[in-house]
Design a protein around this ligand. Structure first.
Ligand SMILES: N[C@@H](CCC(=O)N[C@@H](CS)C(=O)NCC(=O)O)C(=O)O
Length: 217
């Protein structure tokens, strides 16, 4: 697949795709967007990445990155200055501090987020129980960390901020009422900052679904 720009298979509302797009934007990397439908994945995407999840980034040298974190790291590595800035806490892009946040987010928090959002499918516990557990697992520790600094990474954001933000956003959007009741002022301020950032607004612009038949490559 010869293309001068990287190609990103993406789904607008997917939080994993969101964090990849955000990192690409922050690193000022131009790419071709191929917006897909999860229920009708293009054959060309499946050929590149049989595991069939978005995001998938295909580089001009035909290297395929099929994990959102790999895409984020690759994007930031293209910008030496950003790499230094984003590594301010751990001295590396994904050091132990960043990894810890990502492990909690992609592990127990994501599982609780799904249960909180789709509580009807998980009747073992109430929606409020799932909310409370999610708060204990990640949102309260984040709020505590953000009480003393603007970002999880310190005074500048790092990969943990970028990686967690779309999931916290999704959590907040489950129920306005429930979110408003939570006493997490520092986390809410952090979330607002990301929601209002020009980078996020840009990567959330709507694209029409990419049509495989139109592909010339
Ligand atoms: N570990 C993957 C997870 C990506 C993922 O699960 N994406 C979801 C959408 S949010 C997906 O593509 N699911 C496949 C499907 O629903 O068919 C990553 O970080 O990129």
């Amino acid at each position: 697949m010869a293309s001068s720009l990287p190609i990103l298979y993406t789904f607008r509302r997917c939080p994993y795709a969101m964090r990849a797009r955000l990192a690409l934007k922050i690193a000022s990397i131009e790419y071709e967007t191929r917006e897909i439908e999860l229920k009708a994945k293009p054959a060309s995407m499946l050929a590149l990445s049989p595991k069939a999840t978005v995001p998938v980034l295909c580089l001009p040298n035909e290297q395929v990155l099929e994990q959102s974190l790999d895409i984020m790291v690759w994007a930031i590595q293209q910008m030496p200055q950003a790499q230094q800035l984003l590594a301010s806490t751990d001295q590396q892009l994904i050091g132990p501090h960043v990894q810890q946040w990502i492990d909690v987010n992609d592990g127990s928090f994501k599982a609780l987020l799904d249960r909180f959002k789709y509580f009807n499918r998980y009747p073992e516990y109430s929606q409020l129980y799932y909310q409370e557990q999610a708060c204990c697992q990640m949102l309260q520790p984040m709020n505590l960390c953000l009480a003393g600094q603007a970002f999880l990474g310190g005074e500048h954001f790092n990969l943990a901020d970028l990686a967690l933000f779309p999931f916290v956003r999704q959590f907040a959007k489950v129920s306005d009422d429930l979110w408003l009741q939570l006493d997490l002022p520092h986390l809410k301020k952090w979330l607002e900052r990301w929601l209002e950032s020009p980078e996020f607004i840009t990567v959330m612009r709507k694209n029409s679904i990419w049509q495989e038949t139109r592909a010339t490559t």
